[in-house]
Design a binder for this molecule. Structure first.
Ligand code: COA
Length: 389
């Protein structure tokens, strides 16, 4: 008998600062509605130098791990394109900060915004073979395009942590998925750069083409149609992108189903609209947003479209489980988002420029405003100094 495998718990962390997109639009000489409606972003997480992908992942993972489950984590798969070292994996730092047992595998996965999906699928395959194992999957990034660039409105950052197990509480993954890879130069970041190079318009077109391809292939493999789905969640570099994806397939649905799919999309973009781009965590923040804000029921099928520039796309699906509401900490999430402090455009610009320098100097960061449990205190002898409150 085959084992049911999927997402048992999901956690999310984003730092305690945000920028208002109407204010940014005004500062950049744009109509606020271009950002609020045209791009579909209301707020953007601002990442202080005291948070990086390791600390954000630790803050997200600590929401879903107990002392007991930590002992059962067989593997940590850390998806990121904002790595802090070309050799040592962020997963090793994370395993240490979380005090995971030493008989854990810890690796980093990179393919732009697709890394966490690779982690999820590899984790699921591992658990299918080792049903008592738990795998911690991370999607964490800092989305940086640069001040006064067209991509600036699509920045953001944060981390999603998922525990993949047998008999999951939240979502049982269907074993079939459809994926597609092509060597495309739509977005990339050579090792000497901290900001991505991007052909924005081209990347939105490649995203939509890849979605068309993997959706058609998935339907052919499974003989399912849009009528078999109750919601679709998308990689959301900005919320308009997923809206365009949904519009592409909506005519395949009956009119009454179109209404429910559109309502589910509105729920799934709510948190992303207030946090911005998480790169590889975005699809999973959107999934969490659907669970938090949507009218979903156990037994419903959700379709997932993952896209990582460069480029790789994947479509897969899962069935919501009876206890899905118990798989995330609603109080912690709503408190996290409600307690963020709004920064002005000039404060944001100063924080943007204050990121840890790209050299070997010792640095001691101002940690006074840092309220997170895990944070970065600076760099000494070319080593990042992580701290736990
Ligand atoms: N009110 C409402 N909508 C408005 C508007 C206004 N006053 N002014 C413009 N818009 C709309 C445009 O019509 C357009 O909508 P559409 O895409 O449905 O046609 C949208 O706002 C964006 O305007 P556009 O002129 O295309 O924006 P831009 O040239 O600044 O670039 C991106 C937008 C997304 C390409 C740019 O932000 C970017 O490069 N982002 C990073 C790359 C990325 O995220 N890629 C995604 C794939 S992973």
């Amino acid at each position: 008998m085959s084992v049911s495998v999927g997402i048992d718990r999901i956690g999310f962390y984003t730092p305690g600062l945000y920028l208002d997109m109407a204010e940014l639009a005004t500062a950049r000489g744009e109509d606020p509605n271009k950002y609020l409606i045209g791009i579909g972003q209301s707020q953007q997480a601002v990442i202080p130098p005291t948070q990086d992908v390791v600390t954000m992942a630790a803050n997200a993972a600590s929401q879903i791990l107990t002392a007991e489950t930590k002992q059962e984590v067989a593997m940590v798969l850390f998806g990121t394109e904002s790595g802090i070292d070309n050799s040592k994996a962020t997963a090793v730092y994370l395993a240490h900060l979380l005090d995971l047992p030493s008989n854990t595998r810890a690796i980093e996965l990179k393919q732009a915004c697709y890394g966490a999906t690779a982690g999820l699928q590899l984790a699921a395959d591992y658990v299918r073979v080792h049903p008592t194992a738990k795998v911690l999957v991370i999607g964490a990034d800092v989305a940086r395009y640069g001040l006064r660039t067209p991509g600036e409105v699509t920045q953001g950052g944060g981390a999603v942590a998922m525990l993949v197990t047998a008999d999951p509480q939240i979502l049982a993954l269907a074993p079939t998925s459809s994926y597609h890879t092509e060597d495309v130069m739509d977005f990339w970041r050579p090792t000497y750069r901290t900001e991505a190079l991007v052909d924005g318009k081209y990347s939105t077109n490649v995203y939509l083409d890849f979605f068309k391809t993997v959706w058609a292939d998935y339907q052919q493999q499974t003989q399912q149609t849009i009528a078999d789905f109750d919601a679709f969640v998308f990689h959301l570099p900005f919320t308009k992108m997923g809206r365009k994806g949904l519009r592409q397939i909506l005519p395949e649905a009956r009119p009454e189903q179109q209404v429910t799919l559109k309502a589910a999309f509105e729920a799934s973009q709510e948190d992303n609209r207030h946090v911005g781009n998480l790169y590889t965590g975005s699809l999973y923040l959107s999934f969490l947003s659907l669970l938090r804000h949507g009218q979903m029921n156990a037994g419903q099928r959700i379709g997932f479209f993952s896209y990582g520039s460069g480029a790789e796309g994947e479509f897969f699906s899962g069935i919501l489980q009876n206890d899905f509401q118990k798989g995330f900490d609603e109080t912690a999430l709503s408190t996290l988002l409600a307690n963020r402090r709004r920064v002005t455009v000039s404060e944001y610009e100063a924080i943007y420029r204050a990121q840890l320098s790209n050299d070997a100097r010792d640095v001691q960061l101002a940690v006074g405003e840092e309220s997170a449990r895990y944070y970065l205190a600076g760099r000494q002898n070319q080593q990042r100094q992580y701290r736990i409150k």
